[in-house]
Ligand binder design. Structure first.
Ligand code: C5P
Length: 224
C-alpha cells in the first residue's frame, strides 16, 4: 500500500468471477460513505452496446466495439454508479446470458481496456470510490492506498451465485454446471486477473460477508 495520505481514498477490490467483489464493495462503500463503482459493469455495457448491432461476435473488430463505447455512461447514485446505455437503464440487459457469454472477448481488446480505465480514473478523480474488478489494483490504481484481493473456491462461488439468482440452494448438477462456467470465464480472464503485489488477500470461502466487510472497513478507516 502507498502511504500517500493526501490522495483521495480509492479502495480496490479485485478477484475472479463471482468471488463476491461487487456485493462486498457495495457494502464497504456504504459503510465508508463512499460510492461503489463496478468496473465489470462498464465492460458489460460496452458489450451490450456492440451486441445491439446484431452481427456475430466473431466478426467484431476492436474499432467496431470502440465505436459503440461512447453510448455508455455512468450516473452517480446515492451509493453507487448506475449504468446507462444511450442514456437509459440497462441493468437487466448487461446481466443477461448474451452479455456474460461475450464480455470476455471485448475485455481482451487493449484499446477497449484503455477506454474503460480512463472512465474509471475520471470517476475516481471526482468521487471517493470503492472500485471492484480484475485489475483495479494493478493496471488502473497502482497507487491505491488499500487493495484487496478476494478469493473463494469455485464450488463456493457457484453456490453463492445460484443462491443470489434463484433464492434457492442449488442441486449438485446445477452447482457443477455453474462452477464449470465460472472456471471457464476465469481462464478467459486470467491475463488481467492478477493480484497486486501489495494487495491484502481475503479468502471468503469460510467467512461471512459481514466479516469480510468488517475487515476491509477496519483497514480503510485506519487510512483516513
Ligand atoms: O465482474 P464481472 O463478472 O461483471 O465482469 C464481467 C467481465 O468483464 C469479466 O468476465 C472480465 O472479462 C471483464 N472485466 C475485466 N476487467 C475488470 C472487470 C471486468 O476484464 N476490471
Amino acid at each position: 500500500m502507498s502511504a500517500d495520505k493526501r490522495a483521495p481514498l480509492v479502495v480496490t477490490i479485485d478477484g475472479p468471477a463471482a468471488s463476491g467483489k461487487s456485493s462486498t464493495a457495495q457494502m464497504v462503500a456504504a459503510r465508508l460513505q463512499m460510492r461503489h463503482l463496478d468496473s465489470g459493469m462498464i465492460y458489460r455495457c460496452v458489450t451490450a452496446a456492440r451486441l445491439r448491432a446484431g452481427d456475430s461476435p466473431e466478426h467484431w473488430t476492436e474499432q467496431s466495439v470502440l465505436d459503440e463505447a461512447g453510448r455508455v455512461s455512468l450516473v452517480p447514485g446515492a451509493t453507487s454508479f448506475l449504468p446507462r446505455l444511450d442514456g437509459e437503464d440497462c441493468e437487466a440487459e448487461i446481466r443477461g446470458e448474451a452479455v456474460t457469454g461475450t464480455v470476455s472477448l471485448v475485455a481482451k481488446m487493449p484499446r477497449v481496456r484503455a477506454w474503460v480505465n480512463a472512465l474509471v480514473r475520471a470517476t475516481a478523480a471526482a468521487h471517493e470510490i470503492v472500485v471492484d474488478g480484475r485489475d483495479m489494483g494493478t493496471a488502473v490504481f497502482p497507487d491505491a492506498r488499500l487493495k484487496v484481493w478476494l478469493v473463494a473456491m469455485a464450488a463456493e462461488r457457484a453456490r453463492r451465485r445460484i443462491l443470489q439468482r434463484t433464492g434457492q440452494a442449488p442441486t449438485s448438477e446445477a452447482l457443477a454446471t455453474e462452477a464449470a462456467e465460472l472456471e471457464a470465464r476465469d481462464r478467459k480472464d486470467r491475463e488481467q486477473t492478477q493480484p497486486a503485489a501489495d494487495a491484502i488477500w481475503i479468502d471468503t470461502t469460510g467467512i461471512t460477508q459481514v466479516e469480510q466487510v468488517e475487515r476491509i472497513v477496519a483497514m480503510a478507516e485506519g487510512l483516513r
